[in-house]
Design a binder for this molecule. Structure first.
Ligand SMILES: CC(=O)SCCNC(=O)CCNC(=O)[C@H](O)C(C)(C)COP(=O)(O)OP(=O)(O)OC[C@H]1O[C@@H](n2cnc3c(N)ncnc32)[C@H](O)[C@@H]1OP(=O)(O)O
Length: 453
């Protein structure tokens, strides 16, 4: 029995700042961002959008486009690192919104939960749902990844921001991709990127919140957390490389093969916090896993690093990137980071590219290299199924991305600082954040959403 992804949908912010505009404002060479990191546009949430809105929109599209009967869904598992509540998961919001919209259906017996492990939480949710469907082939599950990748203004992460969600239906005998048995994991507890709680005094908070009613009964100090991470960019790259390399070679062991593994993959789908992360990180694996290019020096040595750099600049590697990695990069360049959704947007981008260019890929294998800071990598593979094109017909990824509305630098900063009061784009056929309760004592902080026709 095969198990994997039967249908896929997405939702993104639909407003963007051109990366050139950001480069000019921050006095960064545009070529560095465009040619060095592969960035073109950066998306961020409008006033009426948050991670619940993105997740609910992607899920609603999945249900409508594929005529899904909600009574058949046993699980909705969410991957996110942008939770809006420390207790109530985003999946709990999704349940009530779906019941609100699809009144004839019920999700009362559906199991829901959020998975958090930085950018790899969605892959953890997927693996879990795949195992569940393998044990219960008649049942179906949905995985939703949703995030706002928000970084501090003027930080090195600022140009890699993005926002949106991907939703996937997991079934037996799937139409898009069936995953193979082996999943390799590499884990190490590190501080490369994290979102810690910080202690703030009552004075600091009231100074920054205009005496919001919410803080009326504030104690002397309080633990809060920011949406933006604490991170060390270059160290996070090193952790990404170390974990993915280890997971890749563990995967070869699990498969008991000495062949160059990436040669068997038609496309390689990696976690892309920005478009060119994959190509910048994969050159080491590329060099190590090829009999002719074995590098004998110690992995820490300057010679080793130099040889990896040479490989990355070679024409052979550039051709390899164009063939196997570039289709996944296309959407990332136009959206930015989706944290948990980045790897699945890479999959969708690759499928949409082959769909639009009319290339048949049924029967080919895709390799996946996932990464989450903190840190963990998972490597796995799957085979594209004969009906992948029919399942993709309604997605129209690149057509949708073209409709994104450009914003200027002032609007960008005011959205980032949460000072913008009016939505940039008028919502249509989508979920919106309606209000946050500020008065009823037992409900203070509760978020309410509504569907706008
Ligand atoms: C969250 C996670 O997924 S963890 C893994 C990734 N980490 C992150 O995303 C954390 C947030 N992001 C960041 O901190 C940063 O954006 C980083 C670390 C990803 C990038 O850091 P920066 O210091 O901005 O860039 P860096 O110097 O590493 O690379 C710039 C690239 O542009 C190239 N470049 C620079 N100037 C130019 C130019 N004028 N023309 C063309 N290319 C240029 C450089 O050569 C380099 O590419 P190469 O190493 O492939 O040769």
């Amino acid at each position: 029995m095969k198990t994997g992804i039967d249908a896929i949908s997405f939702d993104v912010a639909n407003i963007h700042l051109p990366i050139k505009t950001l480069a000019t404002a921050r006095n960064i060479e545009p070529e560095k961002l465009e040619k060095g990191l592969g960035l073109i546009k950066m998306t961020l949430p409008d006033v009426h959008q948050d991670p619940v809105v993105f997740g609910a929109n992607a899920l609603t599209k999945l249900i409508l486009d594929h005529n899904i009967n909600l009574n058949e869904i046993s699980r909705i598992y969410v991957g996110t690192e942008s939770s809006i509540d420390s207790s109530k998961p985003i999946s709990s919001f999704l349940i009530s919104l779906m019941e609100q919209k699809f009144r004839e259906n019920t999700l009362a017996e559906c199991d829901v939960v959020d998975f958090t492990f930085a950018c790899i939480g969605g892959v953890d949710a997927l693996q879990n749902c795949i195992d569940f469907v393998k044990l219960n082939p008649a049942k179906k599950a949905i995985v939703v990844t949703t995030d706002f990748a928000k970084y501090d203004l003027n930080s090195t992460g600022e140009y890699t921001q993005g926002a949106g969600a991907v939703a996937m239906l997991v079934t037996s005998n799937p139409r898009i991709i069936a995953f193979d048995e082996n999943w390799a994991t590499s884990t190490k507890g590190v501080f490369d990127f994290f979102k810690p709680y910080r202690t703030l005094s009552k004075e600091e908070i009231t100074k920054n919140t205009n005496n919001d009613l919410w803080f009326d009964n504030l104690e002397a100090e309080i633990e809060i957390h920011k949406d933006q991470p604490v991170f060390d960019g270059q160290y996070s790259n090193q952790c990404y490389m170390d974990r993915t390399r280890n997971a890749y070679f563990s995967f070869k062991k699990l498969k008991n093969t000495t062949e160059t593994l990436y040669n068997s993959w038609n496309s390689i789908i990696m976690h892309l916090p920005y478009s060119f992360q994959g190509r910048r990180m994969l050159s080491e694996i590329y060099a190590l896993d090829s009999a002719e290019k074995i590098i004998s020096e110690n992995i820490e040595s300057a010679d080793y690093q130099l040889k990896i750099k040479e490989v990355a600049k070679s024409e052979e590697y550039r051709n390899f990137v164009t063939e196997k990695l570039q289709p996944a990069e296309l959407a990332s360049s136009l959206i930015g980071n989706l944290y948990t959704g980045s790897i699945f947007m890479g999959l969708l981008s690759t499928l949409a590219h082959f769909y639009d260019t009319n290339k048949e890929i049924a029967g080919t294998q895709f390799g996946f290299l996932a990464y989450g800071s903190g840190s963990k990598s998972k490597v796995f593979e799957g085979t594209i199924q004969p009906e992948w094109k029919a399942a993709l017909a309604n997605v129209k990824l690149f057509e949708n991305l073209e409709e994104s509305v450009e914003i200027d630098f002032n609007i960008y900063e005011s959205l980032h600082k949460k000072e913008q009061k009016q939505s940039v784009r008028t919502p249509k056929n989508e979920w919106t954040l309606d209000r946050i309760e500020k008065e009823i004592p037992n409900l203070i902080g509760a978020r309410y959403y509504k569907w706008v026709d």
